[in-house]
Design a protein around this ligand. Structure first.
Ligand code: SF4
Length: 398
């Protein structure tokens, strides 16, 4: 997608608007849209303002979470046009992990200093596939969420890893149940544009991607004070205005409950064999503008962008105001983007330091959200206390 051009208001140039934001004015929706559509000449000023805002929020530090990626099942009832992860039963590579497989990977990750067990999986595949119902029955469970809950509990009890489930839509009772076995959880909002579910578009045949349903989940997590990860996916057919509206919707939920611990700005990447394989990927400049606008709209929130999806130039994201690289694994691949390996941690550290920052290893819960978890009764709070240092970062060295 090429950035649209937004008319600059007669009364004020973009540079003047940016100067106002730098002096503490809040960024309006209209100006945010104009920043997203701005020219390459304006980009350095925009980045400079975003990096300064990040430095006022968390000076000198960039974080990441050392994780293992556990694709509990890659069966999914949705068919997103950009997804190479999902499978139907019988497809090559279709797989539901056994408890032994989960534990084996978790123990291997533990030995490598990981502190996060990211459970990423398809959304309620048993509703569509009898084969998944049979698999779950065989394992002793009635639903994928029940199985996920048991596997989070297993990892929590048997290892020092902290589970972070990312299972798709969740009801209020399921948020409560998963919060008893994991300190934080996540659901990408992706976009507030419901037209993406129209025929031939990215969320055609993906009923769980209806924005209203996803906003309800984030709202409910807020009511339950669960540290929550969400974000937007750019380059899937949304407009620049949609991106701003998505960021504003996330910000509004955080202002209501104070529970959105990180906002991920993720860029669509082409993969062979997906329905969107001939789409144009967002350019790096488009990604930098979006990250910068996210930072300026949410100066005091954690903004993350995955390094592997912007490699080899990912260090430039540091100039756009991110303060976190997300989960990076020394062990398991990015099953969602298998063609884009995570950088080696030593390289990540070097790139981060080359831009003037120190790399810190955090837990799946950000330091400032630990009190929400420590207030819960039970094992989750105990495990989080044991895993964090006095500043709320991981006890293990980066
Ligand atoms: S992106 Fe998620 S919900 Fe969509 S098809 Fe892939 S696994 Fe399913």
């Amino acid at each position: 997608m090429s950035p649209a051009t937004y008319p600059i208001p007669q009364s004020r140039t973009l540079a003047e608007s940016l100067a106002g934001v730098r002096c503490g004015e809040s960024l309006s929706r209209e100006t945010a849209c104009q920043f997203l559509g701005s020219t390459d000449e304006f980009l350095p000023q925009l980045l400079e303002a975003a990096r300064s805002a990040k430095e006022r929020f968390k000076p000198g530090i960039i974080t990441y979470s050392r994780k293992v990626f556990l694709p509990l099942t890659n069966l999914c009832r949705d068919y997103c046009g950009y997804c190479v992860f999902r499978k139907d039963p019988g497809d090559a590579g279709a797989h539901t992990m056994t408890p032994d497989e989960v534990l084996k990977v978790a123990h291997q990750g533990e030995a490598l200093g990981c502190t996060e067990a990211l459970f990423s999986l398809g959304d309620k595949p048993e509703l569509l596939f009898p084969k998944m119902r049979e698999t779950l029955r065989h394992l002793g469970y009635q639903s994928t969420l029940q199985y996920l809950e048991a596997m989070c509990d297993l990892v929590l009890r048997e290892t020092r890893l902290l589970p972070h489930p990312n299972p798709g839509l969740l009801s209020a009772p399921w948020i409560r149940r998963l919060a008893a076995v994991s300190p934080s959880m996540g659901l990408m909002l992706e976009s507030t544009n419901a037209d993406l579910l129209a025929s031939g578009r990215a969320h055609d045949n993906a009923p769980d991607k209806l924005p209203a349903k996803r906003l309800r989940v984030i709202d409910e997590a807020g009511k339950q004070k669960v540290p929550f990860t969400t974000g937007l996916l750019i380059g899937i057919g949304e407009s620049l205005d949609d991106r701003v509206d998505t960021l504003l919707a996330i910000r509004a939920l955080h202002e209501k409950y104070g529970h959105v611990q990180e906002v991920i700005v993720q860029n669509f990447r082409v993969k062979p064999g997906i329905p969107m394989q001939h789409w144009q990927e967002p350019a790096l400049g488009d990604m930098l503008r979006t990250v910068a606008v996210a930072r300026l709209l949410m100066p005091n929130m954690n903004i993350q962008a995955p390094p592997n999806l912007s490699a080899p130039f990912y260090d430039e994201l540091l100039e756009a105001g991110i303060n976190d690289w997300g989960g990076v694994s020394p062990l398991t691949p990015d099953f969602i983007n298998p063609e884009k390996p995570w950088p080696h941690l030593e390289q990540l550290r070097q790139q981060t330091e080359s831009r003037g920052f120190k790399l810190e290893q955090r837990l799946p819960v950000y330091p400032e959200f630990l009190p929400l978890v420590e207030a819960r009764p039970g094992l989750v709070a105990d495990r989080v206390r044991a895993a964090s240092d006095s500043r709320g970062y991981s006890r293990r060295a980066a």
